[in-house]
Design a protein around this ligand. Sequence first.
Ligand code: GLC
Length: 456
Amino acid sequence: MVKRRALLGAGIIGAVALVASLSIAAAGSAGTAGTASPTAVAVSAQNIKPPAVANAAAIKKKFGGRSITFLGDGPVGKSHTRDVNLVKKFSQDTGIKVKLVPHPVNSSASYSQLARTFSANSSAFDVVMVDVIYTGAFAPYLYNLGRVLRKEAKLHSKGIILNDTVRGKLVAMPWFGDFGILYYRTDLLKKYGYSAPPKTWAQLGAMAQKIQDGERANNDNFYGFVYQGNAYEGLTCDALEWLASSGGGQFIDGGKVTINNPRAAAMLNLQRSWVGKITPRGVTTYEEGEAEKAFTAGNAAFMRNWPYAYAIGQEGPIKGKFDVTTLPRTGANAPVGTVGGWQLAVSSFSKQPGAAVELVRYLTSPAVERYNAIFNSNVPTIPAVAKLAAVRKVNPWLKPEIAGVKRVTRPSRYLGTKYNQGSTIIYQGVSQILNGQDANNVLPGVAQRLQRALPG
Ligand code: GLC
């Protein structure tokens, strides 16, 4: 009991500070580091190389020849390729052999995989990726990085470090951040007479309909709007944005379950009314990858996704034809973006914690965060990296008017180790609504179940 209260307490502080520090870091002014001279070739996703490992000779002497397994990113966008490139460089420089295993792309499935692994006391994975909402739940199984990476941790946003510190133990290091943004086709807005992207959800609906009606003449697969509608963690993220930007709360507010309210119901019913009309019918099975593929192939006018998709858009048929902005709102409410992001942790069952820590040290270093931001448009968790001119140049979502958006956090601070259970209740309810049920009939039951899941 005492332990649990401590865990939840740490979570509350972490989540609040997380929002504050992310917004501040992202809204900072552009630095000069990384500015190319007139003759130099600008650094880009196409020419950037994984950085060298610092102190490689000393690491090699100590750990060269050891083998570790890294449970890395799933094949969404260029994330797995990013891991392949970085791991190869790390192994070349240090002599530490790394087996790279991609985790499931669906965050809820990734949670289940880690839960199974840890509850079996398995040493199958030495370094693991942990979603920002799960550091509390997995803390008992994670190695304390506080002593070995104290200096490095100081470089990262304080809020994320707090989120990753459970009962005084730094259980994970920030790897990259995330927040929800709206992608839109600049060429199509122009073609259909719009001078700016939508500010409200109602405007998005009307614009999506008009553009879709016009584009269908040449493209049967064209839709107005795509997002993450499958019943999984991604839907909790999207639904949080719909509600919080419409005065419908954040599922649980001030420790009280608030999801059953008229504004939340109205917004969810609006989204339901769009399914199969301005969104594909199959949007209720879409995760990040499906939405990104539809948009980057040129088959959608608007997309809700995380910044990683920006890099993919730059490499395909919509290059030069899209831009990003904050997600829409309802009425006078502020636009919002759900806080996401991933951490790297060392399993406490690892038989090679020393070599595993070196991989985490490398992957969460400023040089690698710069690489990730330029190669894969990943959100830096080190404010100094977010300010680099070379990073800003290829990532327009770092502009203060976008990155300074109000960040909203999922209710992990209230649900603690029950977060996965609570989020499952939320996304299953929202999924029922998107699949046709009236939100007014679904939300009372969701609220009751969520109440039962709330610890003491
Ligand atoms: C992204 C976010 C993560 C979130 C997931 C949901 O990976 O970084 O925090 O849980 O999307 O699909």
